[in-house]
Design a protein around this ligand. Structure first.
Ligand SMILES: [Zn+2]
Length: 485
């Protein structure tokens, strides 16, 4: 009567049907192809380009339920009758690209078209680097609806700026992208509200004071959110990184920190930031850049530059230089016929507005704009040699940069600046994934990873412009319907 419910003997003798179910369950767990859905696709006889392992030839890649299920040697790939096939002969399969610097909120006429333009050009993930919370949150939520085909969208929320803030809704060039903070208390209050939202990272902006920046970093650390941004004009690169800044956009204000007279320049900036003339944030920032940027570049101290590069590499501070943006200002290549022709992909009202603004900008180019763009490319090469991590991002739709296509220009410019083709591909895949802490499930060609993929007709490891030779885009395991380019 005191027997335990299950004797040892009863455990050993498992009824046969249960044993069968157990074996079948184990078999199916080990053999995912036995439970394929009708969405499954087998990409046959393809070369894969993994951003870490590089090129591997003669593979077959099975995808299903939005994931890469299996990668076979072509010679060992099963027939899988009933599964859709894509012939990858002479093609290259790589992870979908990221544009790590976009602004959905910059132009409301553009917004609704951005996702389809990104996907059309193989951009399957984006990082929105600043916009009002209500807009960017809405864009992010909409992107996750099942019926929506959208890139994965990661958002920073608004630029966290000091006073006067730069993007303050004062003109179409300065829409409201930021929140103004007048003191530490307002930083603490605003940060508290921000981190309660569904943000993926934060962006610190240029007019913050040092105490405000430190208060921001404290809240960010407590909330485990990474912070990218511009080095605040009140600070220098070394103190911003020492306080935990993990990303820099446009190499912004790096030069001022590595000039021979960097300390003197910082003193001058603190003086100018007193803003005796009561300038707007945009005007005050521009006047400081005009006073210091080219002077700093003319007086660079190579040992300070090396110290900055070493610190950025040691701390793993990602650089998103947005070279295509500065190249556009320095070359005005957007005036070329082939570039003007591309405007047809934009919504009509945007295309008209851009055409007019381009004409207004004229064809003359300020020599300092050319020198600055050149300095940026040189500096990107130098930082890359010193093992500073990079992300590919554009700033679209700012600066006449068309969503999607402009990322491919960024990749070309990163390679022209000294990144290898594979490093440029890393900058547009695994690096942004690492910044956002999602690198264990996306942006590689590995089993179990998300099936966000592009199939190319040419090899981007031989010619980086081949990223434009897109045969197919696959987002979350589904082929994106794309009309002719
Ligand atoms: Zn931006």
């Amino acid at each position: 009567m005191n027997q335990t419910k299950y004797s040892k003997k009863e455990f050993v003798i498992v009824p046969l049907p249960i044993c069968f179910i157990f074996i079948m369950t184990m078999f199916m767990a080990c053999n995912p192809t036995s439970q394929l859905t009708e969405e499954a696709i087998l990409i046959q006889n393809v070369s894969i380009i993994d951003p870490v392992n590089g090129l591997e030839q003669n593979k077959s890649v099975l995808i299903d339920r939005a994931k890469i299920v299996r990668i076979y040697e072509q010679s060992q790939a099963p027939e899988l009758s009933g599964v859709s096939k894509i012939d990858g002969t002479n093609n290259y399969l790589m992870p979908g690209l990221w544009d790590a610097h976009v602004h959905y909120s910059f132009d409301e006429n553009m917004r609704s078209e951005m996702n389809s333009l990104f996907l059309k050009y193989g951009i399957t993930s984006v990082r929105d680097t600043g916009g009002p919370m209500d807009i960017v949150l809405q864009v992010k939520i909409a992107s996750t609806r099942a019926e929506e085909i959208s890139p994965s969208i990661y958002i920073a929320g608004p630029l966290i700026d000091g006073s006067p803030n730069v993007y303050n809704n004062s003109s179409p060039y300065y829409p409201l992208l930021s929140i103004e903070n007048t003191d530490i208390q307002s930083i603490e209050e605003n940060m508290g509200a921000l981190v309660a939202e569904d943000l993926d990272f934060l962006k610190a902006y240029e007019m913050l004071t040092e105490p405000q920046f430190k208060a921001l970093m404290k809240t960010a650390n407590e909330s485990e959110l990474r912070v990218t941004g511009h080095i605040p004009l009140s600070m220098n690169l070394f103190s911003a990184v020492d306080n935990g800044l993990k990303g820099m956009e446009h190499l912004r204000n790096l030069e001022m920190s590595v000039a021979q007279n960097a300390d003197e320049l910082q003193e001058q900036r603190l003086e100018m930031l007193q803003n005796q003339e009561g300038l707007s944030g945009g005007a005050l920032r521009s006047s400081i850049h005009a006073a210091q940027r080219m002077e700093a570049i003319a007086q660079l101290d190579s040992s300070k530059l090396l110290a900055a590069a070493t610190l950025l590499a040691e701390e793993g501070v990602w650089q998103t230089p947005t070279l295509a943006l500065y190249n556009n200002f320095a070359t005005k290549e957007y005036l070329e016929d082939s570039a003007v022709e591309k405007l047809r992909v934009l919504p009509a009202e945007v295309s008209i507005a851009w055409s007019e603004a381009m004409k207004m900008s004229g064809s003359e180019i300020d020599p300092s704009t050319i020198a600055y763009a050149e300095w940026m490319r040189e500096t990107v090469g130098y930082l890359n040699q010193n093992e500073v991590p990079f992300m590919a991002g554009t700033d679209t739709p700012i600066g006449f940069l068309i969503p999607g296509i402009s990322l491919h220009r960024e990749l070309e410019l990163l390679v022209q600046s000294g990144l290898s083709n594979l490093e440029a591909i890393e900058a547009a895949t695994i690096e942004p994934a690492r910044f956002l802490g999602v690198e264990r499930h996306t942006s590689r060609i590995l089993e179990g990873y998300e099936a966000d993929l592009i199939l190319l007709r040419e090899n981007p490891l031989e010619n980086i412009s081949a990223t434009k030779e897109i045969e197919k885009v696959i987002k979350s395991g589904k082929v994106v319907p794309i009309e002719e380019f």
